[in-house]
Design a protein around this ligand. Structure first.
Ligand SMILES: [Zn+2]
Length: 633
């Protein structure tokens, strides 16, 4: 592997001010052994009789044959491994008579993108041992081979062990079985190139559309065994992509809090966000218009506090309430100015039960939430912004991965020096279907691909915002990274002017003592732990976004776990370290919050509040037990 952008990083380490500047990603390039590729084709007993001419042209012949059925295959900068019969491709006699993928039981190709950084292919695979002919229950499996590897801080991986299947281990020496971000992944190296096969899975038995990790293991073993070399073309090593390009003027209005600085105490179990100044790609801002406001949906006005407890159920428009975690005064009105104000606020790794390897607590929000320009109310008494007022734009030239009826919309980018993908949430699936925003569609940077919505399993299932996240190709496959500075840089270009970073916390935050007091009073009032840590996890990615229902037992376990944590675990260490005057002031402020909280909470209202919070649930809150993979043997 050759690092392409470490020089600049080294300069930053030596400089002092550089630590606060935007930085490019670290990307390594795989040394592809094309001689080994040609040797394998020439040495294959199945392929040799079908090839003509000298060994040097074997790869060309294979590409030509593959292109008859799959025109994109030869454009991959790495050897393409797919569950496709290479001999059948070579046997197909002529143009127009190519073997099409017409099998009813084998993997069905749903998406294939190839290019200078490698390839990604998504397949729909029949469930193991299933005679279920309903294709909607098929499982999505993604395979990626990459010339590029983004080098990140080591993620929090739930498990990483050798693959036990002997045949597979012989076929791909060194193959690993990894569970990360709700996906089971088989990772191996071949011809000097990293490959990752992945699918989404959960603990326990398969239920509905939810696949158990034991079944996923079986399915992935079969899929990976059937991989064959079907093409690819040597290409010159890529240039490092330019990701940072800032305007020179300074905006009089746009300010942003530093990356990693979440709203006080809104990280997972009090942990902070990720201080990451990396601009992962030079993108167009995902909303068509400025102004737009990156901030928290759950912990600002009308937010549900991500089920960590709030002082009051939804009331009349403008009724006050507070989130339990920080006592911040809020109102039930999505349209208030605070929701649409600078400075921006990072909310990557904010409290959620999604597994996110880069988050300090191993869990958190997978991306950044952004409110658009408009908040149009139905009438004067309305407290929710109406959906579909603002346009969403493709951030780069790329290809869409999205199944019909689904909410998750991926945009894959595969260009020289970049292998990255972006995901948009909360647009309306029916509208996306009608507009043909579906797998395989090529889009141009800036092209409008939809309208900002409130869709989270249903309309008004969440606040009016766009969720945007970013994943890069790593040795573990696709991994979530903090998109915040990438978005800051994109927004600056949209404005034509730089923003100003706000490095100090300006608003008083709630201290450790105040939060502890709040918990005690609230618990005394209810006689039970507050509704905190309502566990949920969901499809963090992949191509198969089957949503899962609530798992009550998991939720309870999670609540018990968090309720039994020492108080010091619940609050942010960063804030608790503050002392002196700031603590005194904010403690006094918080005491008022404590009274308000205690006043509203009663044993009777607690149950009602739970029901209400389920009814009014919002942000990407599909609930299930935390997936902590148990090795299936
Ligand atoms: Zn979100």
């Amino acid at each position: 592997m050759r690092a392409t952008s470490t020089g600049l990083l080294l300069a930053c380490v030596l400089g002092t001010a550089c630590a606060q500047d935007m930085i490019p990603p670290r990307v390594a390039v795989a040394p592809v052994d094309w001689d080994a590729v040609r040797g394998e084709i020439a040495g294959s007993e199945a392929l040799r009789p079908l090839l003509a001419g000298p060994d040097a042209s074997t790869l060309t012949q294979l590409n030509k044959a593959a292109a008859r059925a799959y025109p994109a295959i030869p454009q991959s900068a790495v050897p393409v491994l797919l569950p496709i019969d290479a001999a059948a491709l070579l046997r197909a006699p002529a143009e127009g008579d190519a073997p099409k993928d017409d099998s009813t039981t084998g993997p069905r190709l749903m998406f294939l993108m190839t290019g200078p950084s490698g390839y990604d292919a998504a397949f729909a695979v029949r469930r193991p041992g299933s005679d279920d002919t309903d294709a909607r229950r098929d499982v999505g499996v993604l395979i990626s081979g990459s010339l590029l590897l983004y080098e990140l801080d080591e993620p929090r991986v739930a498990s990483d062990e050798p693959v036990k299947d002997k045949e597979l281990a012989a076929q791909f020496p060194g193959i690993r079985r990894i569970f990360l971000e709700h996906h089971l992944r088989f990772a191996f190296e071949r011809f000097g190139v990293p490959y990752v096969v992945s699918t989404e899975c959960y603990d326990g038995p398969s239920r509905g559309r939810r696949l158990s990790c034991t079944a996923a293991d079986q399915l992935m073993t079969g899929f990976t065994r059937s991989l064959q070399l079907v093409g690819g073309t040597p290409q010159s090593a890529p240039e490092t992509a330019t990701t940072i390009d800032r305007p020179t003027d300074t905006s009089p209005a746009f300010t942003y809090n530093s990356p990693g600085r979440l709203l006080p105490n809104t990280g997972f179990r009090g942990r902070d966000g990720v201080v990451d100044y990396t601009v992962y790609a030079k993108i167009r801002f995902p909303l068509a218009q400025a102004p737009a406001y990156a901030n928290s949906q759950s912990f600002l006005n009308w937010g549900d506090c991500d089920h960590t407890g709030r002082s009051s159920r939804s009331g009349d428009k403008g009724a006050p309430y507070r989130c339990r975690v920080n006592g911040k005064p809020l109102v039930f009105d999505e349209s208030v100015a605070e929701n649409r104000s600078y400075p921006w606020r990072d909310n990557f790794c904010e409290h959620r039960s999604f597994l996110v390897g880069q988050c300090p607590g191993g869990h958190g929000h997978q991306g950044q939430d952004i409110r658009p320009t408009t908040c149009k109310l139905r009438n004067e008494g309305g407290d929710r912004c109406l959906p579909y007022q603002d346009d969403v734009a493709a951030v780069r030239d790329g290809m869409i991965l999205r199944g019909a009826g689904r909410e998750l919309t991926y945009l894959f980018v595969n260009v020289a020096g970049e292998h990255i993908r972006f995901r948009y949430l909360h647009m309306n699936p029916k509208m996306l279907d009608a507009d043909g925003v579906l797998s395989g569609r090529a889009v141009r940077e800036g092209e409008l691909i939809g309208k900002v919505g409130t869709f989270d399993r249903r309309e008004f299932g969440t606040t009016y915002h766009l969720h945007f996240d970013t994943q890069v190709m790593t040795k573990y496959g696709w991994v979530f990274v903090n998109p915040y500075m990438t978005l800051v840089a994109a927004y600056e270009r949209l404005l034509g002017a730089r923003g100003r970073e706000i490095k100090e916390e300006l608003e008083p935050s709630v201290t450790a003592a105040a939060v502890a007091e709040t918990v005690e009073q609230a618990q005394a009032a209810t006689g039970a732990p507050l509704d905190i840590g309502h566990a949920h996890a969901s499809l963090s990615g992949g191509d198969d976004d089957h949503r899962v229902g609530q798992d009550k037992s998991g939720g309870i376990n999670e609540r018990l776990k968090i309720a039994s944590l020492p108080k010091s675990e619940i609050i942010s260490s960063r804030r608790s370290e503050r002392g002196g005057d700031a603590r005194e002031r904010s403690s006094t402020r918080a005491k008022h919050g404590v009274r308000a909280l205690g006043h509203h909470v009663s044993a009777k209202s607690h149950r009602a509040r739970r029901a209400a919070s389920d009814l009014h649930a919002h942000n990407e809150r599909d609930k299930t037990r935390h997936s902590r993979l148990r090795a299936s043997r």
